[in-house]
Design a protein around this ligand. Structure first.
Ligand SMILES: NC(=O)c1ccc[n+]([C@@H]2O[C@H](COP(=O)([O-])OP(=O)(O)OC[C@H]3O[C@@H](n4cnc5c(N)ncnc54)[C@H](O)[C@@H]3O)[C@@H](O)[C@H]2O)c1
Length: 453
């Protein structure tokens, strides 16, 4: 295909000047935990933003100034709406956008293999409405090669105008721009504003790197360019595998410390005083969330294509996956010391969110723990201020309602799975007969009733 760099660079300049003038239209696809805050960030910077989601209930909520994410207040949605933000499930509006950012889910299927069906469906929906000069940036976490091998071919095959993705230094009048930029949000971490988190961006072409850099530079303080979408995809996986492996390491050391009668929390605190070369990670009841338990397996799956076995990922996965079962065993042996069997005992699970102070249940170890406790005959209730109900998820079907945090003496065991800040742990220990603590939430409270696990 022939190139018209001079003509096209004029088109690119137009896009850059629209970005600079805040008139570039931004489309965010997937208005979940990642996409909605991102849409609000662009909106705060006075860009015209349209949110796209296939979930019409979410679209309806947003267009009625309502929020469905706990930490995003309704007032924020209302303010964004007043500045022009709107949501839609109609992909025809894609044609009006200058930059389109994809934030759809990337889970694992039942065989723990990457499920790219959401990315594929999104690409198929965008493709008929693509027009030359548009920027498509993927943010969904995935294995290196997803942008180039999965997203781009669907976009190219699905548009009748025959427009192609610009590659390398070649961009033409008849091309669109593609980049990958990983999301680095840390839910409930209020110590750093989202715009202060540097944004890694890898473009498929020089023009895509320039345009995506300009788009993200307008809302993030620092953009970190890398040479390709694959390098950006791998960067995200390195960050999450680093966490997953280190959490597995402390989880394993915790099991050893429990056996040796050493307090792992005291040890981590002491090691953290080293001013260099040590970063603390903390043990827990198992991994949760959309990222850390899932993303590493995207890489181990892809590595097989290269005859490569990612042993650290597999080992970390094995240790972390076993943690909820360790918790159930610890509850059984704590009850045993009280001359009780798990079968028939009443257990109150405190906290079902996968980490403290958030309203996210995805992959939460609490779900496995509850199912396993029930399977072994325990009568299980839960309390979590963020979840009035736990219904049906991808892998579980618990159908439970939140139990009020009162009359704790009625339970044979209170099991702390998520250390929400709202809980009064001293009161809980005072009222309960037995407390099994998976998070060191009762640190500083002296009581024979507490069993660390
Ligand atoms: N949640 C986090 O903290 C976090 C952090 C970093 C990266 N990520 C990654 O970001 C991506 C999105 O995660 P999330 O937590 O926002 O997911 P989410 O489930 O909260 O939101 C995804 C949204 O996409 C919508 N959707 C699905 N298919 C669609 C389609 N074809 N068209 C339009 N909308 C569609 C869903 O209805 C949903 O509203 C994932 O790849 C995840 O791994 C998430």
């Amino acid at each position: 295909m022939s190139t018209h760099p001079a003509i096209h660079s004029a088109g690119l300049e137009q896009l850059h000047s629209r970005i600079h003038a805040r008139t570039a239209k931004i489309g965010i696809i997937g208005l979940g935990y990642v996409g909605l805050p991102l849409a609000l960030l662009f909106n705060e910077e006075r860009f015209p933003v349209t949110g796209f989601d296939v979930d019409s209930a979410k679209v309806k909520s947003l267009n009625s100034n309502e929020s469905y994410i706990y930490r995003i207040p309704q007032t924020e949605i209302a303010a964004a709406r007043a500045r022009g933000f709107a949501a839609t499930d109609d992909y025809r509006h894609i044609a009006e956008m200058d930059a389109i950012i994809i934030c759809v889910p990337t889970p694992l299927n039942e065989y723990r293999e990457p499920d790219l069906s959401y990315i594929r469906a999104t690409a198929e929906a965008i493709a008929p409405h693509l027009r030359p000069g548009q920027l498509i940036a993927l943010e969904s976490t995935s294995y290196p090669g997803t942008t180039e091998e999965v997203l781009v071919p669907i976009l190219e095959a699905g548009n009748k105008a025959g427009i192609k993705a610009a590659r390398g230094r070649h961009d033409t009048l008849n091309s669109f721009l593609v980049a990958f930029s990983p999301e680095r949000e840390d839910p409930s971490n209020d110590t750093i504003a989202r715009r202060d988190i540097p944004k890694v961006v890898g473009g498929l072409s020089t023009a895509a790197s320039g345009s995506s850099g300009a788009v993200y530079n307008s809302i993030f303080k620092k953009v970190v360019p890398v040479s390709s979408p694959a390098a950006a995809e791998m960067t995200k996986l390195l960050e999450n595998i680093y966490r997953c492996v280190n959490i597995a390491l402390v989880n394993e050391l915790k099991l050893l410390c429990l056996r040796m009668g050493i307090d792992i929390w005291e040890v981590i605190q002491a090691a953290s005083t080293k001013p260099f070369g040590f970063h603390p990670f903390y043990p827990g009841p198992g991994l949760g969330g959309h990222c850390i338990p899932v993303d590493p397996f995207y890489l181990s799956w892809k590595a097989k294509e290269w005859d490569f076995h990612t042993r650290f990922i597999e080992l970390a996965g094995e240790i972390n996956t076993a943690m909820p079962y360790h918790v159930v065993t610890a509850v059984a042996s704590a009850l045993n010391r009280h001359k009780k069997a798990l079968n028939g005992s009443k257990v109150l699970v405190l906290g079902v969110a996968y980490k403290k102070d958030i309203d996210d249940l995805r992959e939460s170890p609490a779900l496995t723990i509850i199912e396993e406790l029930r399977r072994q005959g325990a009568e299980v209730c839960y309390n979590d201020p963020y979840f009035p109900k736990v219904g049906q998820g991808r892998k579980y079907n618990l159908h439970m309602s939140c139990t009020p945090l009162e009359n704790l003496g009625q339970y044979d065991c209170v099991l702390i799975v998520t250390n929400h800040s709202d809980y009064d742990y001293q009161r809980i220990v005072n009222e309960a007969k037995l407390v099994v603590d998976t998070r060191n939430a009762t640190s500083g409270i002296r009581s024979e009733k507490i069993v660390q696990c």
